[in-house]
Design a protein around this ligand. Structure first.
Ligand code: PLP
Length: 452
């Protein structure tokens, strides 16, 4: 088999895998997991045949995947890859472009510029913002917060690039009590110090309480969120952001999945993000709710120059325009992550994205109502795509989680909410349809009958 046949073989195997994904076990069987031991070989001294490597990968590997790319996976907020986005990604892999600058890849630079424009359009954010396509919301948040600190220091007359932090004015950070762990990770890596972070209190829905907002000033970065991981809650942007801006603070919004609610014109969804456009920077994932393949996320910065300067990596041998992706993200050599985004947006259109978000929201509401009818305690207002619930006793909640995960019929995970175990269902796959929601509810009704 020559090398090109190998690529065709990989495509065929990938297609077979995707076709089988709707009916396979959602979490792999114990046997499939045990079989992963077959990978545990010593590094071969001499290379083995490539075709055999692919065969092994498919035979052992495919069976031990979670079917998160299928219709019945309700864990985390993972999303399945839209065929349009996955197909564009495959072609892009064939191109194998180093998408750092126009000189490296005219097509990548062009498409990522257009994808960035479309993202701003779809999310209705300030059109002059810079859009960097990074590996994850985590990496993009790191870039946004580094830009925020650098810009606030510059306003204080401090040159961060030359002087670093020592001896400079302290930049304070205020984050929601329920900020995502990756926001804290980014802050920790950037040297903000976890004990120096000021936490903003939240109300019973998990939203930052505007009445109890800590003091803000021109040396403060305030991190808000659109879509809390347990409840899907949105901070009250319209109440908070104008105050923060007046104080001269920088407002960053973590909208890893929730920002996509903004694509809908339905009052219940559109209202969630009202005022969010007044922030200074935003991060959002494409690999979650836009349903592109991994790794794909965006950092969006109102002050395009602030991001381009903070992330700059121009070198004598490779200078570039301020909108070169290598100057907007952490990566220097990189793949053109914006291309699957371009393909997803072009294929769905503004209306198609909104319909997907609205459909998932409607399913989540149905699930919440039905769970309450079945006697579960639903813990959140289902404002988005997340349903948080539990049984009467903690033991029953934990047992239900185990039974769901072992069933292979679906998969969702647990969390701790207000000190007690709880379960999280999230709807985020384009493949999820009515019948999958019905099957989920039937399974939960049956398990409830058996366990309680
Ligand atoms: C998933 C998530 C993140 C991190 O996103 P990655 O792309 O996984 O790095 C940040 N914030 C929220 C609210 C998330 O759900």
């Amino acid at each position: 088999m020559d090398e090109l046949n190998l690529l065709a073989d990989a495509d065929a195997r990938g297609l077979r895998y995707t076709e089988g994904n709707a009916t396979r076990r959602v979490f792999p069987s114990n046997e499939a997991i045990a079989a992963l031991a077959a990978f545990d070989e010593p590094l071969p001294a001499n290379g083995l045949p490539a075709a055999q490597t692919l065969e092994l990968l498919d035979r052992i590997g495919s069976a031990a995947t979670t079917a998160s790319n299928g219709p019945r996976y309700f864990g985390f907020v993972i999303g399945a890859a839209l065929p349009a986005a996955a197909a564009a990604e495959r072609l892009m892999l064939a191109w194998d472009q180093c998408a750092s600058t126009f000189d490296n890849s005219p097509v990548a630079a062009t498409l990522e510029r257009i994808a960035g424009r479309w993202v701003l359009d779809a999310l209705d954010l300030p059109r002059a913002s810079a859009v960097g396509f990074g590996t994850s919301a985590t990496a993009c948040t790191l870039g946004a917060l580094a830009s925020a600190r650098r810009a606030l220091l510059a306003r204080q007359g401090w040159d961060f690039d030359r002087q670093g932090l020592i001896g400079g004015p302290e930049i304070k950070v205020v984050v929601s009590e329920l900020a995502h762990i990756t926001v804290k990770k980014a802050l920790r890596i950037l040297g903000f110090g976890l004990d120096r972070i000021v936490y903003a209190s939240v109300d019973e829905d998990g939203r930052v309480d505007a009445a109890r907002l800590p003091p803000l000033d021109a040396r403060t970065i305030l991190c808000l969120q659109a879509g809390e991981v347990n409840t899907g809650a949105f901070d009250p942007f319209a109440q908070i952001i104008p105050r923060a801006r007046e104080a001269g603070a920088w407002v960053h919004v973590d909208g890893a999945f929730g920002l996509w609610a903004r694509t809908s014109a339905q009052a219940a969804l559109a209202g969630l993000t009202a005022g969010i456009e007044e922030a200074d920077s935003w991060t959002t994932d494409a690999h979650k709710w836009l349903n592109t393949p991994y790794d794909c996320a965006m950092v969006i910065c109102r002050d395009a120059q602030a991001l381009a300067e903070a992330m700059n990596s121009d070198a004598a041998y490779l200078s570039a325009s301020a909108d070169a992706q290598k100057n907007l993200t952490l990566e220097f050599s990189r793949r053109a992550r914006g291309i699957p985004v371009w393909a997803a947006l072009r294929t769905l259109g503004r209306v198609g994205v909104a319909h997907m978000i609205e459909r998932h929201h409607a399913y989540a509401r149905r699930i919440g109502e039905e769970l309450a009818r079945l006697g579960f305690e639903v813990l959140n207002r289902v404002v988005l795509n997340q349903v948080l619930f539990r049984c009467e006793t903690d033991d029953a909640t934990v047992a239900l989680r185990g039974a769901v995960q072992a069933s292979g019929e679906t998969w969702f995970g647990g969390t701790t909410w207000q000190g007690r175990p709880a379960l999280r269902i999230s709807v985020s796959s384009w493949r999820t349809q009515e019948e999958d929601v019905r099957a989920l509810l039937q399974l939960l009704a049956k398990l409830r009958g058996e366990l309680v």
